[in-house]
Design a protein around this ligand. Structure first.
Ligand code: AP5
Length: 219
């Protein structure tokens, strides 16, 4: 199955991607994670992306489209994938559609996670990530047993640079201006399924999987 996950920053895309990719046995591909991996390795691309990410702006389309094209060419994406955080602009969506048409493997479904801005701010302000395994926690909604330590491997938890209050607000504006138009774009293409992304993680995952199972497959 070929899935795009769309939703505001903090809507829970990364959290739900884990449930969905496990259920459908497909790789979860996050452009944000790919940029952060480049940054951790101090590549030229990572350093260039950091300038945009730290202030809540989007990395330029041409850079982003190139890394997704390379990633989708990997063998594990041949039989399906879940894209988390890509596309984020209409030109990115058009590039993805062209790329998939060339491969003869169109998208099956776009799942929108709907959440309001107040919830986003509280989710992102309390998010903490493990510095070694990358597991995402929340100080109130999904806290680790020991403060500041990951339950999985004991790694130190850190706060993402772009989860500071002023950057969260900018990311929300950027989402409204540049990414929300994708909802109409995919609705017009009859690919859109939307679910409420409030409540317990497992309940949202159940709604997500139900909506995805119900969507018609394109091939
Ligand atoms: P990216 O990493 O994609 O960030 P984002 O879209 O802003 O999304 P987040 O990772 O912040 O949130 P999420 O929806 O995954 O939520 P999560 O599951 O972690 O992108 C970062 C930056 O990279 C962008 O700003 C941009 O600069 C660049 N970039 C990336 N892709 C790009 C592209 N295509 N084009 C251009 N630039 C690009 O959950 C958040 C928190 O809430 C967690 O703590 C979690 O535990 C908690 N939580 C989750 N669900 C619930 C729930 N149901 N109830 C309570 N808490 C919950």
């Amino acid at each position: 199955m070929r899935i795009v996950l769309v939703g505001a920053p903090g809507a829970g895309k990364g959290t739900q991607a884990k449930f969905i990719s496990k259920h459908f046995a497909i790789p979860s591909i996050s452009t944000g994670d790919m940029f952060r991996a480049h940054l951790a390795s101090e590549t030229k691309l990572g350093m260039a992306a950091k300038r945009f990410m730290d202030v809540g702006e989007l990395v330029p389309d041409e850079v982003t489209i190139d890394i997704v094209r390379d990633r989708l060419a990997q063998p594990d994406a041949a039989n399906g994938f879940l894209l988390d955080g890509f596309p984020r602009t209409v030109p990115q969506a058009e590039a993805l559609s062209k790329l998939l048409a060339e491969r003869g493997t169109p998208l099956d479904v776009v799942l929108e996670l709907q959440v309001d801005n107040d919830e986003v701010v509280s989710r992102l302000s309390g998010r903490r990530t493990c510095s070694t395994c990358g597991r995402v926690w929340h100080l109130d909604f999904d806290p680790p047993r020991e403060v500041g330590k990951c339950d999985v491997d004991g790694g130190e938890l850190f706060q993402r640079d772009d989860d500071l209050p002023e950057t969260i607000l900018r990311r929300l504006d950027v989402y409204a201006e540049q990414t929300e138009p994708l909802v109409a774009y995919y609705r017009d293409a009859c690919l859109l399924q939307s679910i409420a992304a409030h409540g317990a993680l497992e309940d949202i995952a159940e709604r997500a999987i139900e909506a995805l199972e119900a969507a018609p497959r394109r091939t």
